[in-house]
Design a protein around this ligand. Structure first.
Ligand SMILES: [Zn+2]
Length: 165
């Protein structure tokens, strides 16, 4: 859905939702994607952590961090995450250049993936919030109202990616 929410000052209470009818923008671009360690995903299912929320939170946090490596703005990058991608049959996080044809950000991110995972994990673990905030896993331009998001699940996924667990 494309639209915006009206929130009360201070309390953040949602007092209105205004859908906007903008046509979707379609273009071909370049993306990076990565798999998640199967053992980590099994462990999350056993501990009932929210895999979809974790993947979505990893996607947002990585998009916030990637500009530090690729010298761009977070608005230059988009992302998609899903617990089961129809083409790959697995959980997936995609990060793509938000420009037709791509401008080299995804390639740069792909070359630096281990560093990106490490820095993203640090951003999440060092953020003092409890359930996620705009400094770590929330995105100002999320198309799904920042739902679902799970900070703990994101931490577990990133620890698996960097090989801590
Ligand atoms: Zn936070």
């Amino acid at each position: 859905m494309i639209g915006f929410q009206k929130k009360a000052p201070y309390t953040e209470e949602v007092i209105g939702e205004e859908p906007l009818n903008l046509p979707p923008i379609r273009f071909e671009t370049v993306a990076l994607w990565f798999d998640l360690p199967p053992g980590v995903i099994r462990g999350m299912e056993e501990t009932r952590l929210d895999l979809a929320g974790g993947l979505h939170a990893v996607e947002h946090a990585a998009i916030a961090i990637l500009p530090l490596f690729a010298l761009c703005d977070r608005n230059d990058i988009g992302g998609v995450s899903t617990p089961l991608h129809p083409d790959t049959g697995r959980a997936q996080v995609f990060i793509y250049d938000a420009y037709p044809g791509g401008i080299g950000i995804a390639e740069k991110g792909f070359d630096l993936l281990p560093e990106l995972w490490q820095a993203t994990l640090m951003a999440i673990t060092e953020c003092l919030c409890h359930d996620g905030c705009p400094s770590c896993i929330q995105s100002p331009k999320c198309g799904n109202n920042n739902r679902p998001l799970d900070k703990e699940a994101a931490r577990v996924l990133l620890e698996g990616l960097v090989g801590i667990k």
